[in-house]
Structures are given as C-alpha cells and as structure tokens.
Design a protein around this ligand. Structure first.
Ligand SMILES: *Cc1c(COP(=O)(O)O)cnc(C)c1O
Length: 391
C-alpha cells in the first residue's frame, strides 16, 4: 500500500525539534522571550516595522479587523475565493463582509470590482494573495485612499512573495501599500508553528492596539506603573490569542529555512508548469507571468477544461484520491456556505468568475518535502486519469 500524497505538508528538521525541546526544558512555556524574538525575525524578513504573533491566522485576522475599528454596520470588501476566515473576521466584529469578484487569470480580487462594491458603509478592504501570487496592491491602495479605507492584506498564502514598486522589490508583509498584513503558520503554509499567525504593520498605534487585543485588552505602561508594580488596566475587551514560546521557537527555526522552502516550491511548480503545458486541451495552468511579481507557490491549482473532458470533476477527484493523489479544492466560494448564504444573502450571479473558477479548480500536491519521485507519481497518475477522461 502506498500512502496518500497530501496537497500540503510541513517540513520539520532536527534543528526545529531541538529548538522546541530546549524551550520545553526552560522556565517559560509561554510569555517568555521567544515571542519577541520571532516577531523581530518576521520584521527583519518582511521589512515591516512591527510584528505581533498570535495563536492562529484567524486570530490575527480577527484582531486586525478590530484594530481597524470594524464594528456593527461597517462593510469590508474581500474575495469570495478564500478560506472563510478572511470574511468571518468581519462578522466577528459585527460587520458585513462584501464580496468583489476575482480576476479570471490571477484568481485575485479584481480592483475594478472593488470600486463597484464601495458604499458609504465601506471601511476596509481585505485582499487575499491567492496561492501566493501577489495582488495588485498599488492599485488597491489607490482605491482605498480615494474612499478612506483601511487595507488588511490576507497573506496567509504569501509569506515570501514579492512585488516590484518604483523599481524596487518589496516583500508581501512590508505593509508599504497597506495598513496591516496577516500571516498563518498552519502546517500546510510555508512555515509552521502547529497553529499560529502574525500581523505586521508600520503603525505604532496599530501595533500597540494589536498587542493589547491579543492579551485581554491589558495595558501596562508609564501611567499604570505609578500605581504600583502589580497594577495593570484592561482598557478594552480583548482575548487570549497568545502563542506559546515553544511554538515561537519553532517559528524562528522554520523562518531560518524560508529561502530553501520557497526555492523548492518554485522548482516543483516549474516542473508542473512544463509538464502540464503539454496537456493544454485538458488543464489550464496557474497564471505567473507578471515580471513585477514573484510567486510564493503556496498552492498549485490546475483548471479542468470540462469541454474536453468526458468525466466530471467529482469523478476525476474520486479517481485521483483512490490512487492516493490528495487533490483538493481551494476554495468553495464563501457565499456558497449555508451560514454565509443565510447571513449575507448575496447573489452568486454577481460573481461569474468565482463560480467558473470553482467548477474548474483542482489543487495538486505542492510542498517543500514532496520528493521528485513523489511528484513523478503525481504527474503520472494525473496524466493517466485525464487520458482516461478525455472526450
Ligand atoms: C490558512 C488561512 C487562514 C487562516 O489561518 P489559520 O492559521 O488556519 O487560522 C486565513 N486565510 C487564508 C487565505 C488562509 O489560507
């Protein structure tokens, strides 16, 4: 029996294990020195001034939306082709997520569609760098400025992605064209802490607010110090969204290896691109040809061309899964989920590109420790199943 090759998997090495064990044997399992060290490493890597590490990407989105001031009645524009958390963070604050359709090629939110969705109630935009391919941030920032909106990048797919701005390469997360950027360290993402997330920003005000919100809304500063060494104040309603010190130690050793991780993902994606371009009648390839963008290759999504395929997507998925190729769909459009249908009542007909994408999309295995032999097997199996399904 061969084992299922999943669509994503973590890469854990001896230095990761050693770092975690060292913290487990130290005095602090949480609230020790590792969180600050991890935050400093994230700042150094992304180029942002500040970073706040938290217990998940979802927690990061939640407090980013709160720090942006999202409240009841506010509208926030995001992509329907994303993990539900990009929209749920707005709902947590009592606000309303409003979707703008994607570009059919990049699968990123379409700036022209954002403009159409802006109303008097719009407060923010949450663009998602889908699969690790950067959105057009300069254009999104331009729209945001015109309507006085906050921009929170959902970069859960895009650690290490880059884009050119005024002739200079910038990392996603530098926040040069946004207010905050959110990352996730779930095991399928570029680096992992088990569960974990981070927010980067260049604003001192947002940084202080995020730090308080992840820790019960608690403040200890020069004002509280005058009342005594025990004294602190809860000035707003916060949460316990802290991440443990052993997770942060893992985050640091993982981030040390990011360049190698990105290089390997790029190699694997390149091989898929070369192989599947020969099957252009049956599958479409991910868009990656903008010279001003560097793909971080979190996902590799093929597009099934149903007009040349006899079998439907469900059947093709069943066949591939039966042969241990862990294909997946990223994502079911958020507006299709029963909860969101009930709560948001948005008309799916307004998002033709998202619906078309959902019909065609098939993510295939892509992760740093996918071996050449395993990739060979994935390619052979997909080729065989497609051949079998063609008209
Ligand atoms: C993974 C992911 C999240 C949520 O991150 P968690 O760490 O799993 O909470 C949010 N948005 C996108 C686009 C993601 O891929």
């Amino acid at each position: 029996m061969t084992r299922l090759i999943p669509y994503g998997h973590q890469s854990i090495r001896n230095d990761d294990v050693k770092a975690v064990v060292e913290v487990l044997r130290s005095d602090f399992l949480t609230q020790g020195p590792q969180a600050k060290k991890f935050e400093d490493a994230i700042c150094k890597y992304t180029g942002a001034k500040y970073a706040v590490v938290v217990s998940s990407g979802t927690a990061a989105l939640h407090i980013a939306a709160l720090a942006a001031g999202i409240k009841k009645g506010d509208e926030v524009i995001t992509s329907p082709i994303t993990f539900a958390a990009s929209a749920n963070c707005v709902l947590y604050c009592g606000g309303k997520p409003v979707f703008a359709d994607i570009q059919p090629d990049t699968i990123n939110i379409n700036p022209e569609e954002i403009k159409k969705q802006v109303t008097k109630k719009t407060r923010a935009i949450i663009p998602v760098h889908f699969a690790g391919y950067p959105c057009n941030l300069q254009e999104i920032r331009h729209i945001a400025k015109r309507y006085h909106l906050i921009v929170i990048e959902d970069a859960c797919h895009a650690l290490g992605a880059e884009y050119k701005s005024n002739g200079k390469w910038l990392k996603v997360g530098s926040c040069k064209h946004s207010d905050m950027t959110v990352f996730s360290f779930h095991p399928v993402k570029h680096i992992t802490t088990g569960e974990g997330g981070a927010i980067t920003t260049n604003s001192r005000r947002l940084y202080e607010k995020l730090k308080a919100l992840k820790n019960h809304g608690m403040y200890k500063d020069s004002v509280t110090a005058q009342k005594g060494p025990w004294y602190y104040e809860i000035r707003e309603l916060g949460f316990n969204y802290r991440i443990t010190d052993f997770q942060c130690a893992l985050g640091i050793t993982q981030l040390n290896k990011i360049n190698g991780f990105l290089k390997r993902r790029g190699e694997l994606a390149g091989r898929y691109n070369r192989t599947f371009s020969d099957l252009a009648d049956y599958v479409g390839l991910p868009h990656c040809n903008d010279k001003n963008k560097k793909h971080a290759w979190h996902l590799y999504v093929l597009r099934l061309k149903s007009k040349n395929l006899r079998q439907n997507k469900k059947r093709i998925f069943e066949k591939l899964r039966a042969r241990n190729v862990g294909v997946q769909v990223h994502y079911i459009p958020v507006f299709y989920h029963p909860y969101h249908k009930r709560t948001l009542r948005c008309n799916a007909m307004n998002f033709p590109n998202s619906i078309r994408y959902y019909k065609e999309a098939m993510s295939i295995p892509l992760y740093e420790c996918l071996s050449n032999t395993q990739q060979e097997k994935v390619i052979k199996t997909i080729k065989a199943v497609l051949k079998d399904s063609r008209k």
